[in-house]
Design a protein around this ligand. Sequence first.
Ligand code: CUA
Length: 346
Amino acid sequence: MRTEQSHPMSVTSRFAIFWSFTAVAAYGQQVQAIGNIFKPRATPAESVYHLSLLVLAVCAAIFIVVAGLLTYALVRFRRKCGDHREPAQVYGSDRIEIAWTVIPILIVFVLTMATARIVSATLDKPTPSDALKITVVGHQWWWEVRYPAFRIVTANEVHVPVSTPTNPAITFLGLESADVAHSFWIPQLAGKTDLIPNHPNRMWIDPKQEGTFLGNCAEYCGTQHANMRLRVIVQSRADFAKWVAGQQQNAMTDVHIETGRSQFLSLSCVNCHTVSGTAAAGTFGPDLTHLMSRDTLAAGVVPNSVKNLREWIKDPDTVKPGSLMPNMQLTTEQLDEVVTYLSSLK
Ligand code: CUA
């Protein structure tokens, strides 16, 4: 009887241990995936990094002093064997009270001033006339990225030029929201800035290293908040210019995918999505003109491949539960044609 009772317990605890490890492993991947604040690659992130080192150092010093005094008191004033007397009671020492009031005030003052200096230096940065200006609009649960000067609209990926000492390049980001509050966060490039409905915000970055920097929405915005991922692709000026030229082209028109194209245009996909150069001009969902030039689908949930694109269109909910893209209930034939067309949009 006893063994029977204890058996399910041990299975449960084994199960719990397994899930804890899985959760820790998944969390570890996620942390790696979104970049490390201790490896800053742009001025705003460097400022945050230096400030965090100061705060950590001050907190570590406080911890060492407090824990040291506590340990000393525990060891030094332990009750001796057979000694039942109450220790000497100390009340009201002006000197001690002044010390523990003034020192914390000074510490808080120093931290406040250091923070205020960095916040104002970051916020008050003047916009140079030649700076690249981008508008990022948060949607449940993806990012719309507009380059008004180039007449480009893309999604979930922000391409920017690299900033070098001889050729500095600053990108200003106007941040807006189409629905609820979101927060733009690329840990290696800058701190978090909220995207609030009817309240445009702004931030800037000057990435000093080429590469892909990952981030995530940092303000809870609904079911798929954690899957509202974002990537900033920092390129050399030449590569960036090439990317801009490619994105400015109208969508591909290949005679081999004409059936797929007319199939796509006949469906209600066009009410939410734009494909430039066609009748599809919806703006509720991401612009699909150069869909296959992007690394991921569904805001970073799966790699962008023909197979994943097919799964995504077939039933968006299996890829991203709660997604606002509806299941269009396409027949296998319709699905094949639409996928053939969309996967041609390079
Ligand atoms: Cu968008 Cu959280």
